[in-house]
Design a protein around this ligand. Structure first.
Ligand code: MTE
Length: 806
């Protein structure tokens, strides 16, 4: 209603301006897209001039699958040709968030022509339970359902349409139980997955007492759908002998999948092969979630002896799978009038859904990243995993770090308002310095925060832009602009330490061509391209001679969950001994060596992550000491936005990013990751909103009901610079992991929007302090810009009570 009034008012202002009865107002938006050429820039790193021309490491080699992907020739699971007797599996899904299953009647479904079989928990020959850290997911819900969309059974049919239609005909009778859906409800009901994770550093109470000022508050950040393009998919092929079975799956963690399938179908791992050529995007959603399709499909293939395909459509994918955790923060901060922070007490509540899954490790990541780049001498952090009746939450790019950075950067803004200092000033004065010890007692080395910050200030011309924004705001009433500049750091490493390992198998053929297999999965992040570059250097041969065809558990065995943007580093290190220890002869002696019966055809390398082996992970929250992570990726961003305070719309006018990627293995790919990561985070900050009814029924079914960024939302000017002269000796060829950290930069857009809203509120005589939860959607921006229309309607800041933003 406020929007409707506002639009009429805009119309009135337009007419009044036309008739010149009122001064011309700024109602016609500055449409930056019409302002002329974009003028975005990408600043690459140059390779060392002494590097030989043929060595591709550090050069901007295009993504090796880019042509296949952009022309539609790249193979994804559902592109694999259909076998004649293949069956399609569709699921019977729970229509309750929490209920006992009283009966299941599949009689009508089984009469539909083309339906072959019905399967449920009684068909599972091994264990009906699976899980990342403990087995707590049921392959098929047996006695009760604990979330909407949970899989109860499956219909196997000759075609996907028949299978889906038949699954709809299966009747389930429920006895309803009271669901717990939101964090607030979980706190009230004391419904948690585990005891809180807790980290103490210094003495927080003493720090709060010694502070000139103490402020406290609450803030929340919503969840996020992975929205990979290839939905969860699998093609299972049972072999004719020895119980052997093969899964061609869209999974980014084949070893986990392999192990769980072995338990579910009760067959040892050596009889199971899990393969993938590539995933059509994963973003963390192909780590545990593939079990939701692969588990039932493997059971179905075992039961029928037939090939089984299961491919989610978008609606199934979005309603069944887990997402990024929504979090609520309760904080208390002590600080001096000078702006120095003395103490931070933070309770983070994560909505974990019906299974603990990755909630523990996501919260761990939040705690490790909770102070971002700031030196805070007294810290008490707690992470609470809420047990609720929504699909189990998992990892999504950045893991728990985006939520943590969102909270601490909002706190920094609040402190600037309290102290009357500029936001940049208060941030900079609290930066960690070289040799500082962080809140988990790790001594910091190669702290490139200031370097990124200074480069960003200079490249964005921050000070003059800030002044022009203030000028714009003085002159305009219905449009306001805001800027924000923040630093980010992201701890890279694996936790626990044994995860930091990988391997590679190199097969050399007498024609001089090479096939490399390693444990990492290509998700679009350019892993295979970078690995090919590394192999080319190791073997002193051109990249055209090297192929990475697929990832498979029969070749790369016992790999670990590769994530945290560190896969390239770990897998490359699997190859690096070839280079360092000269395990292979140079290419020109390969054929002669073969004639002399010198074994040159394969070299298998499997090793611990090389660079930090001596500092094995010893840190625990209880001890809070030791080297928790390998190194940090740093970055800085300046964002400028414009909001239309009558409609709540916004446009990102300019973004300047400076990112420390060490010595880039491939600047093309790294800049692509920075741009992509930022845009994904921008969706989280401004438009992606998970909604459900008060009964827990999801209300997001696809792009029409779940808004993700489109080309229209790309910043008008998008400048990305790779920081120069910052080699990182903790990773392969001095590089750094880049897949996840850039997502954190998007918090700056949220803060810039908040700053623009503050300018609106100042005009209306309202105070600078106000709560704005994430995402800053069109609706919430409009409502935060309080004016006579919002007041007239008595609209408060609360969302529609019929919907829970989970
Ligand atoms: N880029 C594309 N195109 N597709 C993806 O699925 N996943 C992101 C990031 N970039 C992803 C991506 C996530 S969640 C991670 S952890 C890293 O890539 C993995 O990168 P790595 O192989 O360097 O570890």
């Amino acid at each position: 209603m406020a929007l409707a009034y506002s639009l009429f008012y805009k119309f009135y202002l337009g007419v009044a301006a036309h008739l010149q009865t009122e001064p011309v107002m700024d109602i016609s938006a500055t449409n930056p897209l019409c302002e002329g050429p974009c003028g975005s820039s990408r600043v690459f790193q140059a390779v060392d001039p002494s590097q030989i021309e043929a060595d591709p490491v550090g050069r901007s080699v295009p993504h090796l699958s880019s042509q296949q992907i952009s022309t539609g020739q790249a193979m994804f699971i559902d592109d694999w040709p259909r076998a004649e007797d293949e069956l399609f599996l569709a699921f019977v899904r729970s229509k309750r968030a929490h209920a006992k299953i009283l009966s299941v009647d599949n009689s009508e479904a089984l009469t539909i022509p083309g339906v072959v079989e019905y399967i449920d928990h009684r068909d599972v020959q091994g264990s009906n339970l699976w899980g990342m850290y403990s087995p707590n997911h049921e392959v098929f819900a047996s006695e009760k359902v604990t979330s909407y969309g949970q899989v109860i059974g499956g219909v196997l049919a000759e075609s996907r349409d028949i299978a889906r239609r038949a699954a709809q005909k299966v009747k389930v009778e429920y006895e309803d139980l009271k669901p717990i859906l939101t964090i607030k409800q979980a706190i009230e009901a004391k419904s948690f997955h585990f005891d809180p994770l807790e980290l103490h550093y210094g003495d927080v109470e003493a720090g709060l007492q010694a502070s000139d000022h103490v402020t406290e508050g609450e803030l929340s950040i919503g969840g996020q759908e992975h929205f990979y393009l290839e939905t969860q998919s699998v093609l299972v092929t049972p072999k004719l002998e020895n119980d052997e079975i093969e899964l061609l799956a869209s999974s980014q963690d084949l070893t986990f999948l392999h192990g769980e399938i072995s338990k579910i179908i009760g067959v040892s791992k050596n009889r199971i092969v899990c393969r993938t050529k590539r995933n059509g995007g994963g973003f963390g959603g192909k780590q545990t979630c593939p079990l939701l399709v692969c588990g039932p499909a493997a059971v179905a293939a075992k039961k029928t002896g037939k090939k089984v395909r299961c491919v989610f459509n978008r609606e199934e994918d979005i309603t069944i799978t887990g997402k990024r955790h929504q979090m609520l923060a309760k904080y208390k901060v002590g600080f001096m009038s000078s702006g120095k922070i003395l103490a931070l007490k933070l309770d983070l509540y994560a909505n974990g859904g019906y299974s603990p899954d990755e909630t523990d490790s996501v919260l761990t990541c939040s705690i490790l990243n909770a102070v971002n780049v700031y030196k805070i001498p007294n810290v008490h952090l707690r992470g609470h995993g809420c047990f609720t009746n929504i699909p189990a939450r998992g990892g999504l790019r950045g893991y728990g770090a985006p939520q943590a950075i969102f909270i601490i950067e909002n706190i920094m803004t609040e402190l600037a308002i309290h102290t009357g200092l500029e936001q940049e000033q208060i941030r900079e004065m609290n930066f960690q310095q070289e040799g500082d010890v962080n809140h988990w007692n790790q001594t910091l080395e190669n702290v490139n925060i200031q370097k990124c910050w200074d480069t960003c200030v200079e490249q964005s011309q921050f000070q003059s832009r800030k002044m022009s924004v203030e000028d714009f705001n003085r002159k305009n009433r219905w449009k306001k602009r805001g800027t924000a500049m923040i630093p980010v750091s992201f701890a890279i490493g694996s936790f626990p330490r044994f995860l930091a390992q990988a391997g590679a198998l190199v097969s050399i053929y007498v024609d001089g061509s090479v096939l490399v297999s390693h444990g990492g999965v290509e998700l679009g992040q350019g892993l295979h391209t970078k690995m090919t570059q590394v192999a080319a250097r190791a073997l002193s041969m051109p990249i055209e001679k090297i192929l990475i065809s697929e990832t498979s558990t029969d070749i790369s065995t016992n790999t670990t969950a590769l994530a945290a943007g560190a896969t390239t580093v770990y897998c490359s290190e699997g190859l690096s001994p070839l280079f360092k220890d000269k395990l292979l002869p140079p290419m020109y002696v390969i054929v002669p060596s073969h004639r002399l019966r010198v074994p040159i055809w394969t070299v298998s390398v499997c090793l611990l992550q090389d660079f930090t082996r001596e500092e094995m992970m010893i840190m625990t929250f209880q001890k809070n000491s030791g080297k928790g992570m390998d190194y940090f990726s740093y970055g800085a961003i300046c964002a400028e936005v414009e909001i239309d305070n009558l409609t709540g719309e916004h446009q990102v006018l300019q973004v300047d990013i400076v990112m420390d990627v060490g010595r880039s293995l491939n600047p093309y790919i790294d800049i692509g990751q920075i741009e992509g990561g930022f845009v994904q985070g921008y969706g989280l900050m401004t438009m992606e909103q998970l909604k459900m009814t008060t009964e827990g029924q999801p209300l997001n079914f696809g792009p029409s009901t779940y808004r993700i960024p489109t080309v229209r939302n790309i910043p008008h000017k998008f400048n990305v610079t790779l920081l120069k002269d910052c080699p990182n000796e903790k990773a392969i060829y001095s590089s750094k992991g880049i897949g996840e950290p850039p997502l954190l930069l998007s918090v700056a857009v949220f803060l810039a929007i908040k700053s623009a809203i503050r300018a609106v509120r100042r005009d209306a005589g309202l105070g600078d302090h106000f709560r704005l939860d994430c995402p800053a959607t069109v609706e919430s921006i409009r409502l935060a810009c309080q004016d006579r229309f919002t007041k007239l309607l008595d609209v408060d800041d609360q969302p529609d009570p019929a919907f829970h933003v989970c």
